[in-house]
Design a protein around this ligand. Structure first.
Ligand code: PLP
Length: 400
C-alpha cells in the first residue's frame, strides 16, 4: 500500500508508545509501575456522569451545531469571564474533540508550507507533529531547567521571523509542570506587541492544577491588546477527570473560529452531543471537587520531589503545576549499569529503569529537551513512593 508522504513528517506519540510498552511488560507478568500516563487517575465526578445520562434519556443522540451546542459555548464564555476575566461571546468559541483537535483545526486553518510555529522546548509531544501535519515548520526553542523551563523574552524575540505565524505557550506545562506568572507573561507580551503578525495559542489545559501560592494567569488576560490575535485553549479533560469524554474548546477572533469551523465541518461534523452536555455540567456545576483534586496532586508532588532529588545522578525542580516532574539525568549519562551497558542518553536511562526495577517513564528526547525524563504522578501515592524508591535503587547501582 502506498501511504501519503505527509506521514514521513510525523511519528506516533512517544508517550503513548511508552505507556503501551509498560502495559505489554505488565501483561507478561512483570511487576511494572507505570509513570507514563497523562491523565488524572480519578473517575469523572458523579454529577457530570448523571448529566450525560440525562442527556441521553432526553434524546441528545444527534449531530449538533458544528461549533458545539449553544449551552456549552455559553458555559465556556461564563467560565472565561469568571475565572480569567476574559470577555468572549459564543460566536468566538468553538468546541472540539479535546483541546488536541481544536489545536489541530487551528493549525490546519492557518498554516501554509514554510509558515513557522515557535514551540518552547520541552514541549507536549504533539505540537511539532501537528504543525508538520498541517504543512508548517516547527521552530523549537530550548528552555532549560536553569530558566525554570520557561521561554525568556529575548529567546522569543530571537526566534521570530517574517514567517512566524504562531507561538504555542503551554502553562502549566506538559512535560515539566512549569507555569508562567502574570509578570512573566507580561514580559513575553511586551515582545509580542512589537510583532503584530505573530499569533498566540495559549494552551491552558492544566490551568486548575497549580499548587501552593502560585496564581494562574493567561496571556490575553495580562495583555488585553493581544486578545485579537490569541486563541485561548482549555478543556474538561484534566480538571474534571474527563479525558475519555473528549471535549476541549478554544476562544478567539471570529474569523479564526469561523475558519476552524469550516475544517471541523468537513472532518468530525460536531463533538458528541452527550459529552457536550456533560461538559456543560462540568463548567456550570459545583467546582469544589477541583480543590480536592489539587490537594491530592500537590501531596504527591511534595512526596516525590524530595525523594527524587535525593537520588544520585538526578536533579529536579519544583514544578508550579500539572502532574509531571521532569528531572535531569545528566549525572547518569556515561555511567555503566550492573550489566555493563553504558548509559548514552535519556532513552537509555528510561530503558534501564524499566528493565532493572520495573518503573516506566518517558524519555526527554520525546519532548525536545535532553537529558531528562518525564514522570507522571497521576498514580496513587503508595505506588509513587515505591517507584521513587526503586528509581533510587537502580541509580545507586550505576558506576563510573
Ligand atoms: C499540553 C496538553 N495540551 C493538550 C492536551 C490534550 O487535551 P485533550 O484531552 O483536551 O485533547 C494534553 C494532553 O495530555 C496536553 O498535555
Amino acid at each position: 500500500m502506498k501511504l501519503a508522504s505527509r506521514l514521513e513528517r510525523v511519528k506516533p506519540s512517544p508517550s503513548v508508545a511508552a505507556a503501551a510498552r509498560a502495559a505489554a511488560l505488565a501483561a507478561q507478568g512483570r511487576d511494572i509501575i507505570s509513570l507514563t500516563t497523562g491523565e488524572p487517575d480519578f473517575d469523572t465526578p458523579r454529577h457530570i456522569k448523571d448529566a450525560a445520562v440525562q442527556a441521553l434519556e432526553q434524546g441528545m443522540t444527534k449531530y449538533t451545531a458544528v461549533e458545539g451546542i449553544a449551552a456549552l459555548r455559553q458555559a465556556v464564555c461564563a467560565k472565561f469571564a469568571r475565572e480569567n476575566a476574559l470577555r468572549y461571546v459564543p460566536d468566538q468559541v468553538i468546541v472540539g474533540i479535546g483541546v488536541k483537535q481544536v489545536i489541530y483545526n487551528a493549525l490546519m486553518a492557518t498554516l501554509d508550507a514554510g509558515d513557522e510555529v515557535i514551540i518552547p522546548a520541552p514541549y507536549w509531544v504533539s505540537y511539532p507533529d501537528m504543525v508538520a501535519l498541517a504543512g508548517g515548520t516547527p521552530v523549537s526553542v530550548p528552555c532549560t531547567q536553569a530558566s525554570g523551563f520557561k521561554l525568556q523574552p529575548a529567546q522569543l524575540e530571537a526566534a521570530i521571523t517574517p514567517r512566524t505565524r504562531w507561538l504555542i505557550l503551554n502553562s502549566p506545562s506538559n512535560p515539566t509542570g512549569a507555569a508562567y506568572s502574570a509578570a512573566e507573561l507580561r514580559a513575553l507580551a511586551q515582545v509580542l506587541m512589537r510583532y503584530g503578525h505573530v499569533w498566540v495559542m495559549a494552551d491552558d489545559i492544566y490551568e486548575h492544577l497549580v499548587y501552593g501560592d502560585f496564581r494562574f494567569a493567561t496571556l490575553a488576560q495580562v495583555e488585553p491588546a493581544l486578545m485579537d490575535r490569541t486563541l485561548t485553549l482549555n478543556g474538561v479533560s484534566k480538571a474534571y477527570c474527563m479525558t475519555g469524554w473528549r471535549i476541549g474548546y478554544g476562544a478567539g477572533p471570529r474569523e479564526l473560529i469561523g475558519a476552524m469551523a469550516t475544517i471541523q465541518s468537513q472532518s468530525i461534523t460536531s463533538p458528541p452531543a452527550m459529552c457536550q452536555a456533560a461538559a456543560v455540567e462540568a463548567l456550570n456545576g459545583p467546582q469544589e471537587l477541583i480543590a480536592q483534586l489539587v490537594a491530592r496532586f500537590q501531596e504527591r508532588r511534595d512526596l516525590a520531589v524530595p525523594m527524587l532529588n535525593a537520588v544520585p545522578g538526578l536533579s529536579g525542580h519544583v514544578p508550579e503545576g500539572a502532574f509531571y516532574l521532569y528531572p535531569s539525568c545528566a549525572g547518569l549519562i556515561g555511567r555503566r549499569t550492573p550489566a555493563g551497558k553504558q548509559l548514552q542518553n535519556d532513552a537509555d536511562v528510561v530503558d534501564y529503569l524499566v528493565e532493572s526495577v520495573g518503573v516506566a517513564t518517558v524519555p526527554g528526547a520525546a519532548f525536545g529537551l535532553s537529558p531528562h525524563f518525564r514522570i507522571s504522578y497521576a498514580v496513587a501515592s503508595e505506588k509513587l513512593v515505591e517507584a521513587c524508591r526503586r528509581i533510587r535503587l537502580a541509580c545507586e547501582e550505576v558506576t563510573c
